[in-house]
Design a protein around this ligand. Structure first.
Ligand SMILES: *Cc1c(COP(=O)(O)O)cnc(C)c1O
Length: 381
């Protein structure tokens, strides 16, 4: 057994000198925050996906909170989402006083199953929050059809899927609002950062207010003088800085190249692992182009001598940074305390028990990829 020298994490940013210069330039400028870079960054993200508006936030979670606020999710309202996501997706609903309702997944694509969404619609349903898990877009045509039928607002959690495509359209034009995260492991980074894109002028105004204390400087109820502004909503300080936006501008130029490399790596894994009968490879829904944020295998545990935990630990011991995405959200103690019970999404729970994430990020070399393939073939037995 040949162990890798250095630990290979499951995901990692790729920062080069031009990114660093872009940030240093802002440090030398008059604005560290709320300067010109924010709007430039917003414009660039909106144009890239083909949306009218973009609003930048301090992180993706804050952006989701903003979207739930703009959708007016509140006490008594329900929002249907998937259990196979990072907890932040459902937490944003709780922040607004709403109730997350978990619908089961399609275990071929790992994404929320539109048929399961229908089963959970009640008179209190206000929104659907699909997640483009691993970078593969959720089945958005089917989801928008349900939303139109019942008058629901769709907030797409595209934390994994900036640059991904669904039936020839970029993620960002499919839902009423779409969130992108710019955390270092995500498609491109601003260190911490999030964006909501939308075509709605109404949501756009609400989102901008929300990220800055709920303050407005126009349409004021009175005229006290040039200094005067009003706080009309209980907003937050959720602003992105100009430093982050400058990094984001520089990173956006690399997005297509990064995704291309992620696709190459996914293809290398697919080719090398397709002959293993102890694993199920990630399936692509017809017409989608994943951004390949994650590469998740399913282990056929009944065909294996070793448990997932044993496999996980021996790959980690070989410096292969495998991971598991995600623990079903309602399994977390906080959600259990709220009264969610295990068993409500059986497919998601079964899927979780056998999921294993392999490293994938654009900076990986072919040697890194081959190290993973070699270790996986040797270990998953
Ligand atoms: C990363 C992530 C978030 C939150 O984004 P942050 O920028 O880390 O706050 C939300 N949903 C999913 C699916 C994510 O992966």
């Amino acid at each position: 057994m040949k162990k890798r020298e250095s630990f290979l994490s499951y995901g990692q940013q790729w920062i080069t000198d031009d990114d660093i210069e872009a940030v240093v330039d802002v440090l030398k400028s008059p604005y560290l925050t709320q300067g010109p870079k924010i709007q430039e960054f917003e414009r660039k993200v909106a144009d890239y996906v083909g949306a009218k508006y973009a609003v930048a936030f301090s992180n993706g979670t804050a952006a989701l909170h903003g979207a739930c606020f703009a959708a007016e999710i509140g006490e008594g309202d329900e929002a249907i989402t998937t259990p196979i996501t990072f907890a932040a997706t459902a937490n944003a609903v709780l922040y607004c006083g709403g109730k997350p309702v978990f619908a089961d997944i399609d275990d071929r694509t790992y994404n929320i199953d539109p048929k399961e969404i229908r089963k959970h619609i009640t008179p209190n349903t206000k929104a659907i929050i699909p997640v483009d898990f691993t970078g593969q877009p959720a089945d958005m045509d089917a989801i928008m059809e349900i939303a139109n039928e019942y008058g629901l607002i769709v907030i797409e959690d595209g934390a994994h899927s900036l640059g991904a495509e669904y039936k020839g359209r970029k993620v960002g034009t499919l839902a009423h609002m779409t969130m992108f995260s710019f955390h270092p492991v995500k498609p491109v980074t601003t260190a911490e950062g999030g964006v909501i894109v939308t075509d709605s002028a109404e949501y756009y105004e609400k989102l901008k207010r929300f990220r800055s204390h709920g303050i407005i400087k126009y349409n004021l109820s009175r005229d006290e003088g040039p200094w005067y502004y009003e706080m009309v909503d209980l907003g937050y300080n959720y602003r992105m800085t100009d430093l982050q936006a400058a990094l984001g501008l520089s990173q956006m130029d690399k997005l297509d190249r990064f995704i291309e490399r992620r696709r190459e790596i996914a293809n290398m894994y697919n080719e090398a692992l397709k002959t293993m009968d102890s694993v199920i490879l990630p399936k692509q829904l017809e017409g989608t182009q994943s951004g390949w944020h994650l590469y998740v295998l399913q282990l056929k545990l009944d065909k294996l001598k070793r448990s997932r935990r044993e496999i996980f630990e021996s790959l980690r011991a070989e410096n292969i940074g495998v991971h598991v995405h995600y623990i079903p959200v309602y399994w977390h103690p906080y959600y259990q305390k709220l009264g969610y019970r295990r068993g409500i999404c059986p497919k998601a729970e079964h899927w979780y028990e056998q999921a294993l994430t392999l490293p994938i990020f654009p900076k990986m070399t072919d040697k890194d990829v081959n190290d993973v393939i070699e270790a996986v073939k040797r270990t998953i037995v």
